[in-house]
Design a protein around this ligand. Structure first.
Ligand code: 0X9
Ligand code: ZN
Length: 411
């Protein structure tokens, strides 16, 4: 009976959601020729690339709607293309995740890393930290999102005199990449509530952390469409709202790897910084540019530690420093039990895409050490089960410690 009630409740509560019933996610390993053929499917209705293969032998994850299955299977068969299925029915995984979220204790006394938190819960936690640790924590709204949600940056600083070097971190520019805000939240948790064990990271360095950079999209991915990526502002096509925040920064904007068609997932916007969320982060970074020495922006998935540039295959002049530091961070991640990350520039290791926050921080805000972290894992894609949060964030915190200590010792 209770189960029946729960099922009834879930079906009413989620009636208006985008359904992924019957959607499959394929992992393909195309040859170069096959990849050229597959490109035709990009942005066709019923198909979505979850990632981009960057070299022959790398995998391509593709989400395919039910109505395209038989046609697509014929194509795979015809091409004799190697493939496995990551999700037989994506909606089944989304339902399981929702059930887990519903059953998780609401507003726990202590934060835990066995569930994903909604925007309001994240902000309540930040408020709680601000009142419990007034000597370490201050909150600042850097502005509101398009739908009017505050974008809260938590500053973690043990004080001291004069200007101290700082690290800027954000997560959640891409709504569906839920592990990114969770990672940011874990860093906050460790620096504040476990400060006794991490005081080496806060005694000489300040931290500015924005856990949810795209709050409207993040909430929308809980309430309406689990696979939402973009912001939620209107575009010139009313049925296709939202801009890819990570194509919207004003540095070599729209030069490569971004679309000018609003219905595509990598739509770069009407103009650079068309989005209030990217404007707010820009303004915050520029007003603290002398202090910020390192920038980390969390994404998922696949396990990449990327540094600029994303707009060109040219290397920045200080690439060796960026590479060495990333390798040290990765060593710590591996020592903590994690998988090794692929390291290099966005263009050379992943794909060329201009207008990213990482390029802007380095190219304009003058933050020499700028990284995009595509968190692990590699099997679940965006639909990472809540049971994977804790191992993911605790292991990567070992890498964050390396970044923190580098800034402490070098600035
Ligand atoms: O495409 C992106 O924005 C990032 N990958 S994701 O799968 N999370 O969407 C990679 C961004 C790397 N940085 C730049 N291209 N500037
Ligand atoms: Zn992303």
């Amino acid at each position: 009976m209770r189960l029946l009630l729960l099922v009834a409740f879930l079906s009413v509560a989620f009636a208006s959601r985008v359904s992924y019933e019957g959607y499959k996610v394929y992992r393909l390993t195309p040859t170069a020729n096959q990849f050229a053929l597959l490109k035709v499917y990009r942005n066709l209705p019923g198909f979505e690339f979850w990632n981009e293969p960057h070299k022959v032998g790398a995998y391509l994850d593709m989400m395919v709607s039910p109505s395209q299955q038989s046609h697509f299977l014929d194509f795979l068969e015809e091409q004799k293309m190697h493939h496995t299925v990551l999700f037989e029915n994506l909606q089944t995984a989304i339902d399981a995740e929702e059930l887990h979220q519903r059953l998780a204790v609401k507003k726990p006394r202590a934060i835990s890393f066995d569930q994903y938190y909604r925007y309001d819960d994240i902000n309540s936690y930040l408020q709680e930290l601000a009142s419990n640790y007034p000597n370490l924590v201050t909150l600042q709204s850097i502005g509101k999102s398009y739908e009017g949600r505050d974008m809260i940056v938590i500053k973690i600083s043990s004080g001291g005199s004069g200007s101290r070097p700082a690290i800027l971190i954000d997560g959640g520019i891409h709504a569906r990449e839920w592990i990114a805000p969770a990672m940011a939240l874990y860093i906050i948790n460790q620096l504040v509530e476990n400060n006794a064990a991490n005081s080496d990271l806060t005694d000489a360095v300040d931290w500015y952390i924005l856990p949810v950079l795209n709050p409207d999209g993040y909430e929308y991915s809980f309430t309406s469409d689990r696979m939402w990526r973009k912001t939620r502002s209107p575009t010139s096509i009313s049925s296709c709202p939202g801009v890819d925040g990570n194509r919207n920064f004003g540095f070599h904007w729209m030069e490569v790897g971004a679309s000018d068609y609003p219905c595509y997932e990598d739509y770069g916007g009407e103009e650079a910084f068309s989005e209030i969320e990217t404007q707010n982060l820009r303004d915050f970074a520029l007003s603290n540019k002398d202090q910020i020495k390192l920038y980390l922006t969390f994404h998922s998935y696949g396990g990449y530690l990327l540094y600029p540039w994303g707009y060109t295959s040219d290397l920045p002049s200080d690439w060796r420093t960026l590479q060495d530091l990333a390798e040290q961070a990765d060593d710590a991640h591996v020592a903590a039990g994690g998988e090794s990350y692929s390291i290099g520039t966005s263009t050379n290791v992943l794909y060329a895409a201009a207008g990213g926050s990482d390029d802007y921080m380095k190219g304009v805000a003058g933050v020499a050490l700028s990284y995009t972290v595509e968190l692990t894992d590699t099997w679940y894609g965006f639909e990472l089960p809540a049971s994977m949060i804790e191992p993911t964030v605790t292991r990567f915190f070992a890498a964050v410690r390396v970044f923190g200590n580098y800034v402490k010792n070098n600035f």
